[in-house]
Design a binder for this molecule. Sequence first.
Ligand code: 4NP
Length: 157
Amino acid sequence: MFKPRVLFVCLGNICRSPLAEAAFRKHAADAGLDAEADSAGTAAYHVGKSPDPRSVREAAKNGIDIARYSARQIDEDDFFRFTHIFALDQSNLHDLRAIQPVNSTAELALLLDTLPHKMGVSVADPYYGDEEGFAETWQDVSEAGLAIVTQLSAPIG
Ligand code: 4NP
């Protein structure tokens, strides 16, 4: 049985992609979808750190504990280990395309392209803003996470 392995990638892997991973995990569990999930950053600034406390609080509000997630940087193997890689914004997508090996097997896409009404839209970086930005991030990544789970759960036809 095909098991999707889904990677979410932002810049630092401390704000947006941990929330995207958490939201996807939640929707997959709710739907009974057997899938792996992880997240990473294109940059190495925060490697080994826990998510931003504002992301930890936002996830907790939605019933998920991400305090023990640990930031890491994407590497070449990820393009073979994962079936799907979702970039949180256009800049990350651009950077991922630049390092994607030519024989990469992962499908690479912009996260909000999974939502017909948000095609081409980036998940805004909440790092320099206030707590409210993290609630907006959750809305975006949760909606997209559900769309991905729905798509992956659809019978292959
Ligand atoms: P993220 O947010 O990419 O959603 O994890 C950021 C985290 C750190 C920085 C920028 C964005 N930074 O410049 O350190």
